[in-house]
Design a protein around this ligand. Sequence first.
Ligand SMILES: [Zn+2]
Length: 419
Amino acid sequence: MIKNIFTLFFCFNLVVLASCQPPEQPTNISLSGESYDPPNSTDTRSKPILFQKRKTFQVNGIYVSNEFYGGRIDNVQADNRKKNSLIITIAPENFPINHSAWYAFRIWSDEEKDVSIKLIYKEGRHRYIPKISSDGENWKTISSQYFRHNERKETAELQLRVSPNSLWISAQELMTSKEVFAWADTLQQMEYVTGDTVGYSTLNKAIRVLKIAETEQKNIVIVLSRQHPPEVTGQFAAQYFVETILDSSDLARRFRKKFQVIAFPLINPDGADQGHWRHNVGGVDLNRDWHKFRQPETKNVSEYLKKELLNDSTRVWYGFDFHSTGSDILYPISNDYIPDESSITRLWIDNMNLRLPNKWEEEPFDISSPIAKNWIYRTFGAEAITYEIGDETPRDFVKLKSKIAAEEMMKILLIRVNR
Ligand SMILES: [Zn+2]
C-alpha cells in the first residue's frame, strides 16, 4: 500500500494587483479602468497537493517506474483475473481538476512477454492517447489496435510487448524542464539571444526567460508557454514559433531589426517535472492567477514584465500564450474591445487562413477572466491571444502552423511599425 504524502503550502505572498494603466494606449483599444475585479475569479491561494511517491514497482517479474522527470503513476498492482495483467492507478495532484489525466511510466520485465495494462483514473478522465518510446526521446503514438478507453473515459487499456529493455509510456512526449532548458540553452548560443532567470518556483526550479534583441528599439512581442503541464503540443508550437523568428529568412532578419521578443518557455517547471495534470505545486491553475498573483510563477513573470516594459520608451505590440486542447483553436479578445478594422489579430488570423488547408477555429472572449492574455491587454494595452493546438495534431503540422503564424505576424507588425 502506498502511503500518499500530503503537504500543505501556505502562500504568504502579498497580493499584487496588476496595474491597469498602460503606458500609452494604441488607438482603438478601450481599457476598462482601475476598478478591475474579475467576476469569475477563482481562489488561487495555495492548496494541499498529492506528491506521488517516486519508486519502481515490481509485480510478477514486471517492473514499472515513475522515477524520472514527468513520470506519474500512483500505484501498480496485479490484475489477478488475468495472467500478465496490471492495474495502474493514476491520480491528480489535487482536485477538482480538469479531465486531463497525465500518466508516464517506464516498464520492463525479466522475460519478454505480452502484458495488458488497465489505467484507472482517479478524480478525472482520459484525455491522452499513449505515446511510446524506447529511449525516452523519440516517440510514436500507440496503434489504435492496442489501446482503448471505456465509454465514460474513466479507464483505459493497453497491450504492450515488454522485455528487459525499457519502454517509456507517456500521455504525451516528455517535455520536462530538462528538455525545455536544453532547447533554451541552444538558443542562447546565438549572439542576440540572452537568457535570464526571473525567479524560482516553489520547488526551486528556475523560471527562465529568453530575450531576442537584435535591435535597441523597444517594440516588444511577449511569448508565454506551458502554464499547464500536460500541454506539450503547445510547448512545441511555442518553440517552433520562436525558432521561426530566429531563422535566417529575409523576413525574420527584417523583423529582428525592429522588434524584440521576450519568451518564457516553461512557466510551470514544477508541474511539468512532477507530471501534474493542470496545476503547479501550490495546487493552482496558474492561468487563473493573473490578477492576485499568489503563486511564485505568475508573480515572478508578471513583475519582470512590468519592470522591463512599463516605461515611456517601450511599446508592447502583441502577446501570445501557448496551450493545448482537443483541437486547434484560437481564443482572441472579442471585437467589443478591439474593432476588426484596426485589429492585428483579425488580419493575422485571416492571413494565416489563406495559407492553411483548414481555417482556424476561433472563439472570442471578453476580458473579464484573470488569465495571462487579459493581463497583457490590461497592463500594456496590447492585443493578445490564447493559441491552442490540438493534443493529437500531427507534430509536423504543429510546426508548419507555427511557422505560418510567426511569418504572418512578422509581416503585419513590420507594416504597422513603419506607419
Ligand atoms: Zn492550457
